[in-house]
Write a new protein. Sequence first.
Length: 401
Amino acid sequence: MAGYGDLLKTPGVGRIMAAQLTARFPNGMTSLAILLHIEQVTDSYGAAGLVLAATSVGQAVAGPVTSRWMGIWGMRRVLTVTTIVCVLAIAAIALVPMVLAGYMAVGLIAGLATPPVQSAVRTIYPKMVTSRQLTPLFSLDASLQEIIWIFAPVVITLVATQAGTVPALLLIVVILAVGCAWFILSPEVGRVRIPRSRRPLGRVLLKPPVVLATIVGFLMIGACAAVEAGVVATFGHDGLEAGLVLAVFAVGSLAGGLAFGHIPIGPWAMARRLGILTLGLVLTIVSLNVWWLGGTLLIAGIGIAPAFAVLFAMTSVSVKFSETAEAYGWIGTGQLIGAAAGSAVAGFLIDGVGPQGAYIAAAAFSLVGLLVAIVFVRGFPDLRGRDASPIPDTEPVSTIT
C-alpha cells in the first residue's frame, strides 16, 4: 500500500484518476436507468431490452472509432463533442415522449456518443509516471474502477425507486457532464497529444497482444455478466442478498488488484490470474447457498482486477503511442460484446436448467479464457524489468544534402 501512496503523490495522478472515475461513473448507471425508465413508459421489458440493445450496439461500434478520432482532432475536442451529444441524448430519453423506434434511435445516438474517457486516460498514464510505476498504476486503475460497479447500480436503483426514473436519468446527465468537464479541463489532457495514426482503422488488431487482450477481455466480461444474471436469478431482483453477493464479488476484485498490483508481469501472469477466477467460478456450481456463493465469488473476484492490469499493460507495451487509444477502444468493444454474450447465454441456461446454469456459463467463459492464456502464452509479453510504455512514434525526417 505504501507503493500506491507514493504513486498517488506523483503530480496529477490522483486528480486525473478521480476525474476519470467520476466521468465513467455513469457507465454503471445508464443501462439500468434506461431499462427501468423504458419499462415504466412502455410497460414492456421487451421494449426496454430493445432500447438497451440499441444503446449497447452504439457503444460497441463507437469505441475504436471515437478513440482513433482523438489522434486526428485532439482529445479535448473529441471528448467535448461526444459528451455534449451523449448528455443531450440521455436527457431526451428522460424528458421527451417518443414511440419505441424513437427511443431506440436516441439510445443508439447516446451509445455512439459515449465519451472515450477510458481510452483517453489509459493513453495518458504512460506520460505521467515512470516506467517502474506504470504497471502498478494500471493495477490501481483496474481496482478502483470496481467502485463504479459497486456503488453506481445501488445509487441509481435508490433514486429510480424513490424519486422516479426521470430524476435518475437526469442525475446521470449531471454526473456525466460534471465528470467529463473535470476530466477534459485537467491539465494532463491538454498536455498529451496523440499523434495521428498512419495505419488504417483496425490494423492494430494485427498485433497478437491486442487480439489476445480483446479476446480475453471478451471472455472475462462474459463470465462476469453471466455471474450477475445468475445472482439475480438466484435471489430475485428485490433480494438484498443479490446486491450483497455482487458487492462481495467486486470487493474481491478490488482487494486482488491492490494486493497483486506490485507483482511483475511475466508471460504466465494472465494464466495464473485467470486460474484464480476460474477456480472461484467452478466452485459456485456446487451450491446456491448465499454464504457459499459469497465465499466462492470473493475468491473469483481476486483474479479480475489483476487480470485487467495485465490486459492494459500488455496492450500499452505492444503498440505505438498513436495506436494506443484505438487499441483500448477495440478492447472495450470486445468487453461490451462479451457482456451481451454472457448475459444471453446465461439467460438461456437459466430458462433451461435454472440459476445454476448461469454459473456453469460463467465458469465456461472463464475456462476458455484460461485455455487461451495457456495455449497462446507466447503472445503475452514479458514485462518483468521492462518499460511498459507504448512504442514511440517515429517518422522519416527530410534533410538537405
